[in-house]
Design a protein around this ligand. Structure first.
Ligand code: ASP
Ligand code: MG
Length: 282
């Protein structure tokens, strides 16, 4: 079993979704593959901005329209490419009505309750993961989408929650048991027993992926992003910096403590506990 995670910068437009889907389908030919996705590039920031604007009594419509536009553009491009995604289109329309009414409520209250904030911010991953699974299906792959009630939260934080890896294990195994060789999950949130999303913190999709890998005792957890891996120094500052072939969990945590944004210590913990390797892939 393999877990693959794709970040927002790898999910900017239809071309990048299709490039990711090719990587996924190649992997799934060899072993069952669980795919964890971030939101499309910039969407979480737009959602967060719309909430702040609504709290401040500003016009949140522009943010709403930008999200609508981005989702419509990619759905139209998919349709043009002969990869129609009707279920994701319906989901997107329903979510927009929901988002608009939540933002109207927030504007009236002049504040946003934490559970509503989590519900809104999780919408980006809700969309990208459904889109990826439908794109894979449209290309003839045996992909199944699941919500993250298979990654139950271990505490009651709506903004920085942990995954109950032990409780996730049977749920994820069951979700993977069917005929499908690809399971697609939204990153960034787990669904609690009340059916509400709890966020794992900004950039939390890595942690979703590593928790899923630990729960499944996966062979490896691949994190696909726009960098090659850990460098000896920040390559934007130090020209002679070189990419390290391999680092220990402790070294990776230390590097991230000193500012390397490759992967967080929180995300590394489930892999370290389970002894599962993490591969950073560009
Ligand atoms: N979309 C979320 C964020 O931007 C989670 C993630 O990308 O990992 O923080
Ligand atoms: Mg992100």
């Amino acid at each position: 079993m393999l877990v693959q995670k794709f970040g927002g910068s790898s999910l900017a437009d239809l071309d990048s979704f299709l490039a990711a889907s090719e990587i996924i389908s190649k992997a799934a030919k060899k072993e069952k593959t669980v795919v964890v996705l971030s939101a499309m590039y910039g969407i979480t920031d737009l959602l967060e901005g719309a909430i702040s604007t609504a709290v401040e009594g500003g016009d949140f419509r522009a943010g709403l329209d930008a999200i609508n536009q981005a989702e419509k553009e990619i759905l139209d491009a998919a349709e043009k490419a002969g990869l129609d995604c009707p279920k994701t289109g319906t989901y997107s329309k329903i979510q927009h009505q929901r988002l608009a009414s939540r933002l109207e409520g927030i504007a009236l209250l002049e504040q946003c309750p934490v559970d509503v904030q989590a519900e809104i911010l999780s919408m980006g991953e809700g969309f990208s993961s459904r889109l990826m699974s439908e794109l894979l299906q449209a290309q003839g792959h045996d992909a199944l989408w699941s919500d993250t009630d298979v990654l139950p939260p271990a505490n009651d934080s709506y903004s920085d929650s942990l995954v109950d890896v032990e409780a996730a294990a049977p749920l994820l195994h069951q979700a993977c048991d069917g005929v499908h060789n690809i399971l697609v999950l939204p990153g960034f949130y787990g669904v609690n027993q009340q059916g509400k999303p709890q966020l794992m913190g900004r950039n939390g999709s890595d942690y979703s992926a590593t928790s899923a890998a630990a729960a499944l005792n996966a062979r490896s957890c691949e994190i696909w992003k726009d960098v090659d891996g850990f460098f000896t120094a920040d390559p934007r500052v130090v020209a002679s910096a070189r990419c390290l072939d391999e680092v220990s969990y402790e070294e990776a945590m230390e590097l991230s403590f000193f500012g390397a944004k490759v992967i967080s210590a929180k995300a590394l913990t489930p892999l370290m506990n389970a002894g599962i390797p993490c591969e950073i892939r560009n």
